[in-house]
Write a protein that binds this ligand. Sequence first.
Ligand code: NAD
Length: 372
Amino acid sequence: MNTRRDFIQKLGLTALSLQLKPAVIWAADLHNDEKNYDGPMLRVALMGLGSYATRVAEAMAYSKKAKVAGLISGTPSKIKTWQNRYKIPDKNCYNYDNFDAIKNNPDIDAVYIITPNGLHHNQAIRVAKAGKHVICEKPMAVNAKEGQEMVDACKQAGVQLLVGYRMHFEPKTLEVIRMRNAGEFGKVLFFQGLSGFEIGDPSQWRLNKKLSGGGSMMDIGIYSVNGARYMVGEEPVWVTAQETKNNPVKFKEGVDETIQFQFGFPGGAVASCLSTYAMNNLDKFFLNGEKGFAEMQPSTGYGPIMGHTHKGELTQPHTIHQAVQMDEMAEIIFNNKKPPIPIDGNEAVKDLKLIDAVYEAVRTGKRVEVRL
Ligand code: NAD
């Protein structure tokens, strides 16, 4: 365990290491039966070397089954720095104009798209056409139509399309889902999801509709959308939503500042959620059933996730989400492993259909029926 930590620190990758606490377990420790893993390594090219790609790359040093093998960036100086850090040869480096040539590169299995949301659709389709598996950040696209086109393109190309739903492997989250499936909460009646932070620089791409696809809903509200589905364990059948905009200069037309939304589920449960770019420290899930409850806060941040149920504190260990996610993605790609909650393109299209419905409900003021 120390060896890995030393290794990371030697590389100067301190940002993530500083967060490590004794309660952290390495990705590899989740796979005790695979300590001496000698199976195939998922060789991943990272596209978009920004802040989340930095976190993913640092976390991947803890992955057993996936590694950074290539780089795609529009900034040559960034490529140089990352090449040195991750020992990536020139032949595995590309820019946004020439990355289709990755088709002829036998050193790369998958491309992980970590660029602004509005670029994912086109980039994913190009990666699929190049015959490489697509890993894409959330939101997978800016609407369900584009999401479906990505699913279709990957299917046609015979490659996998996986989305960075890191919470789908988070131990406390999975424990709540286990308890729900075991009937420990009784009939589920209510979910509350609060997702938000105060966004800074008004010139960033997250506040540019073309690049972001929207506002807080696309970026942070999607955690409550996706969370409502995996916590309740059903697919919503209707959506209502209301928008509040206090700063129309910063949050222009099509860029939502704050949206409250509600989902109705076929079993009678309702969800009430808040998505905002105007409040800090909003990261909370609450699930209520006839016999009990689960409360998690923080519920979707990088961790440690904390929470309790009517039976007591959730004590499952903290993991490095992105390291576990990459190991699990390798298992899905190489061994067709079924994740506990899907992370494929179809799962992402469901979230996008709900976000489309939230925006429609805001626009029309009407309840929108959905079928996922
Ligand atoms: P970022 O701004 O830090 O990085 C974006 C990268 O894309 C930069 O390297 C930038 O140079 C590059 N880029 C390429 N074309 C660009 C263009 N036309 N305009 C602007 N930048 C361009 O953003 P980020 O926080 O790394 O987010 C990237 C993606 O990752 C988003 O889809 C976001 O939703 C997602 N994300 C996911 C999580 C998670 O926990 N799963 C966390 C943060 C971000």
